[in-house]
Design a binder for this molecule. Sequence first.
Ligand SMILES: CC(C)(COP(=O)(O)OP(=O)(O)OC[C@H]1O[C@@H](n2cnc3c(N)ncnc32)[C@H](O)[C@@H]1OP(=O)(O)O)[C@@H](O)C(=O)NCCC(=O)NCCS
Length: 187
Amino acid sequence: MDTYLETERLALRRFTADDADLLIELDSDPAVMRYLTGGRPTAPEIVRERHIPNILAGYEKWGGDLGLFAAHEKDGGAFIGWFILRPRAEGPLDEVELGYRLRQAAWGNGYATEGSRALLGKAFTELGVRMVWAQTMSVNHGSRNIMEKLDMTLVGTTPTPADMEAIEGSVHGGVRYEITKERWTRQ
Ligand SMILES: CC(C)(COP(=O)(O)OP(=O)(O)OC[C@H]1O[C@@H](n2cnc3c(N)ncnc32)[C@H](O)[C@@H]1OP(=O)(O)O)[C@@H](O)C(=O)NCCC(=O)NCCS
């Protein structure tokens, strides 16, 4: 396994061209996709033809240090979903987005918090990152809880993109959280 990061219970690794089926299965669960597409699955051909090539191109671009990473339970090796630590396409390398998408079977174990905490540590101590931000729908309480447990600060609200207007709770818009290296270091 091409390990990127280990936590107490999780191993994060880089995706490969053979991982499309894991992503297709993850995105086929309406509960996982609830606040992302309103529950609609991602079409398999989009995963194969767009997502996987983009993920692999990201490793090329950022030397394997940033991008989307598959997460597995160390105990037994089950795929539990992914984490993202990634700059904007043309953005500065020291400002990166944190994100997570886990299989429903893995929810409620503290995995998203555990993986995210380790990613913040790596970002600030190894990768020269100055600020990490995260964004979600205002009503996605699970995701917001993680950001708050990480001591991220709510810095503003974001309008709902037109393609998300049909999603439950979309009238409340989105929220953006940030944490700087300075704040993280003081923890
Ligand atoms: C959001 C998500 C990543 C949470 O993963 P998880 O591993 O269950 O999260 P954790 O166990 O680390 O939980 C973090 C905290 O949020 C709480 N929480 C989790 N889901 C919750 C929910 N739906 N509503 C309210 N609180 C929730 C947990 O109780 C925990 O708080 P606690 O430690 O004080 O009990 C997971 O549900 C998921 O992948 N959802 C689908 C994709 C998604 O919405 N991603 C975010 C898009 S921005």
